[in-house]
Ligand binder design. Structure first.
Ligand code: ZN
Length: 237
């Protein structure tokens, strides 16, 4: 069953209430959620489902279910399970999610500094990376750090834009990621626009203003194969 994805319209929601629609060996499904399910390289959220009694059920991870837009909240081992129909208060681990948001948006900014096809990517709470199909000699940690931070310093507001699958097909240049194709099936695709910097399909959660990233530093650059040159970053603070 599809879950209403509240984070899509407001990535800053830290709490909400929802009703349990299914409990399976995989986890708990809700009619609506603020928990982001792992996808597009961004890690799934952690947090708690709080019962009316005050009992707190720890969510260890969040993954996509089989149905389109279905979300499975994976409970920590040994946790009690809620019942179908029960109303729960949802709380995400906000510090962790906000770091994921800052790092995810930072990768979009960095993809404008390193101009090459993206062959992979991942966003964890403590670090993030993009893999590029580029010659190693063109990757300089100091330059990537300073140019990315200069763009972040411009303090630009981010925007969410929806376009149709057909419009995206007509503009293949929008898709920088060779390994991750934007999700299809609903007839429309969500884009993240950072005006003047970047525009690309993305279903992830992002900061409202790139100034919130603060700054980044390159942790390391290394070759992961002929077409995968990995640039790993962390938040500067
Ligand atoms: Zn993205």
């Amino acid at each position: 069953m599809a879950t209403e994805l509240l984070f899509r319209d407001d990535a800053y929601l830290r709490s909400a209430t929802a009703r349990v629609t299914a409990v399976t060996p995989q986890g708990v499904e809700l009619d609506r959620t603020i928990f982001y399910a792992q996808s597009g390289g961004q890690a799934g959220d952690t947090g708690h489902l709080v019962r009316a009694s005050g009992e707190r059920l720890a969510v260890a991870d969040t993954r996509k279910g089989e149905a389109l837009d279905s979300v499975v909240h994976i409970l920590a081992p040994g946790s009690a399970a809620p019942e179908v129909g029960e109303t729960l208060a949802l709380e995400i681990d906000w510090a962790r999610r906000y770091a994921l948001m800052r790092l995810h948006t930072a990768l979009h900014v960095m993809s404008c500094v390193v101009v090459a096809p993206v062959t992979g990517g991942n966003i964890a709470a403590d670090k993030a990376r993009l893999d590029f199909d580029i010659d190693m000699s063109l990757l300089d940690a100091a330059r990537i750090t300073s140019e990315t931070n200069a763009l972040i310093g411009r303090g630009i507001e981010t925007e969410t834009v929806w376009i149709s699958d057909a419009e995206l097909d007509a503009r293949p240049e929008l898709v920088k990621t060779m390994s991750v194709q934007p999700p299809r099936g609903t007839g429309r695709v969500r884009l993240l626009r950072i005006p003047g910097i970047d525009l690309q399909p993305c279903g992830g959660t992002h900061v409202r203003n790139i100034a919130e990233i603060g700054g980044i530093r390159v942790l390391r650059i290394r070759s992961e194969g002929k077409r995968n040159k990995r640039v790993e970053i962390a938040l500067a603070d």
